[in-house]
Ligand binder design. Structure first.
Ligand SMILES: NC(=O)c1ccc[n+]([C@@H]2O[C@H](COP(=O)([O-])OP(=O)(O)OC[C@H]3O[C@@H](n4cnc5c(N)ncnc54)[C@H](O)[C@@H]3O)[C@@H](O)[C@H]2O)c1
Length: 394
């Protein structure tokens, strides 16, 4: 049985969005565009898709954007979209630029009253994160962050099992995200995605920790709802001449007394996107693998392993809502990404319809999650630079 979401919108039109970044040769912008329209109630109508006006326009032409809304810069998009009437103007903007180009467009669009969804890590430092929180609160806009792994149905089920006490008290968490694509000095070959990710001016103070360690932190927080009390980090740069970390080990102590290990790496030979999480409680353990996302493993003490499967009737409401095709037809990265957009856009619709969004609709990463992620990056980098064993998180 597949329920997916109910079609309940009273808004008699699709939501409209514009994108900043995601031009020719870009990676994640195309995923966002596909995710945003995946439930059929949102359309892509405007863009400032690249860092130069010329490439931005060419990128928009590739995507058959209406020439009048194919902008040369995000500043132009803001000015021209602001002048359009309600219902025609974009309802939200999707920001998919490299990390250094998140804060300024986000702040400017938020202050102009636009809803914003953007990719992680949210901004470059906690000062920017706090300013963004203030702007979101003051302007009463809907803000989403694409920590997309929390969009998977079986991740939602994992959280549900923890919340409903199936694991008992959590004592141990192990999360890892190994990749191997930066095993060589790819940035020296001018590979676009490697170039900015290893450049402190565009990536921020961390490499692998910001790029994928931030996803680990977010996944642990989403599933377990545990709060980090102190941490001890060891960052390394294996590739000679690289400016930022490409491998990190982090020990975590949580406020409830649980202990954790977080490992992220971009030089781990043979690994693709090996995001895995294990959570051990007094009454049971969970295991979820991103590369096999339709299954969640639960093991009670002394008992056989239970395999919980996407598409089954026994799953929680949040997991069922995030499921779109029957069990056995795999859903994966695109669908999980689409689920973040589905809840984000349903929350915008609720607002436009003048009703409170439901708990299920509000199930997407927020500006507060983004700020915690930025703080995590800062603390991990600071910890790695000192000889002090445990660094307080708060
Ligand atoms: N959630 C995920 O799984 C995931 C995966 C990949 C990347 N990301 C994040 O998404 C962001 C983009 O990463 P990417 O790998 O797609 O980068 P990319 O280099 O492939 O693409 C970035 C795009 O932004 C454009 N751009 C840069 N400055 C701009 C500006 N001022 N105005 C308009 N466009 C501008 C570039 O021209 C390019 O088209 C990063 O923050 C990254 O951390 C998230």
């Amino acid at each position: 049985m597949v329920s997916g979401k109910d079609v309940f919108t009273k808004l008699q039109r699709k939501l409209k969005f514009g994108q900043i970044g995601g031009g020719r040769d870009a990676f994640i912008g195309a995923v966002h565009r596909r995710a945003a329209i995946s439930d059929g109630f949102t359309e892509f109508v405007a863009g400032a898709l690249s860092s130069t006006a010329e490439k931005a326009k060419l990128s928009g032409e590739d995507l058959l954007l209406n020439p009048a809304r194919n902008y040369g810069s995000w500043q132009e998009m803001l000015e021209k979209e602001s002048a359009l009437p309600d219902g025609e103007r974009i309802d939200f903007v999707s920001i998919v630029t490299p990390n250094h180009a998140h804060f300024e467009p986000a702040m400017t669009f938020i202050k102009a009253g636009f809803n914003v969804i953007m990719d992680k890590p949210m901004v470059l430092n906690s000062e920017q994160a706090q300013a963004l929180i203030k702007a979101v609160e003051e302007n009463d806009i809907v803000f989403g962050l694409t920590h997309n792994y929390t969009g998977y149905p079986m991740v939602k089920e994992a959280r549900h099992l923890v919340r409903t006490g199936k694991l008992g008290k959590i004592q141990r968490v192990v999360v890892e995200y190994p990749q191997d694509w930066l095993l060589t000095k790819l940035e020296a070959e001018d590979q676009k995605q490697a170039a900015w990710r290893t450049d402190p001016a565009r990536s921020g103070i961390a490499g692998a920790v910001g790029d994928i360690g931030s996803h680990c932190e977010n996944l642990v927080s989403y599933i377990t709802e545990l709060e980090i009390e102190t941490l001890c980090a060891d960052l390394n740069t294996f590739v000679s001449g690289r400016q930022l970390d490409d491998d990190a080990s982090v020990l975590l102590r949580f406020k409830n007394g649980a202990r954790g290990i977080l490992w992220c790496s971009q030089i781990s030979t043979g690994e693709e996107n090996g995001l895995n999480i294990r959570v051990y409680g007094t009454k049971g353990a969970l295991y979820w693998r991103q590369e096999e996302p339709n299954y969640l493993y639960f093991t009670p003490p002394g008992g056989p392993v239970e395999v919980h499967r996407r598409g089954a009737d026994y799953l929680c409401q949040a997991a069922q809502r995030a499921t779109h095709i029957p069990a056995g037809h795999p859903e994966a990265f695109f669908e999980a990404f689409g689920n973040i957009y589905m809840n984000f856009t349903d929350t915008i619709r609720a607002k436009l319809e003048g009703r409170e969004p439901t708990g299920l609709e509000l199930d997407f990463p927020t500006v507060y999650d983004g700020a915690r992620g930025v703080k995590f990056i800062e603390k991990v980098v600071a910890s790695s630079k000192t000889d002090q064993k445990w660094l307080p998180f708060d």
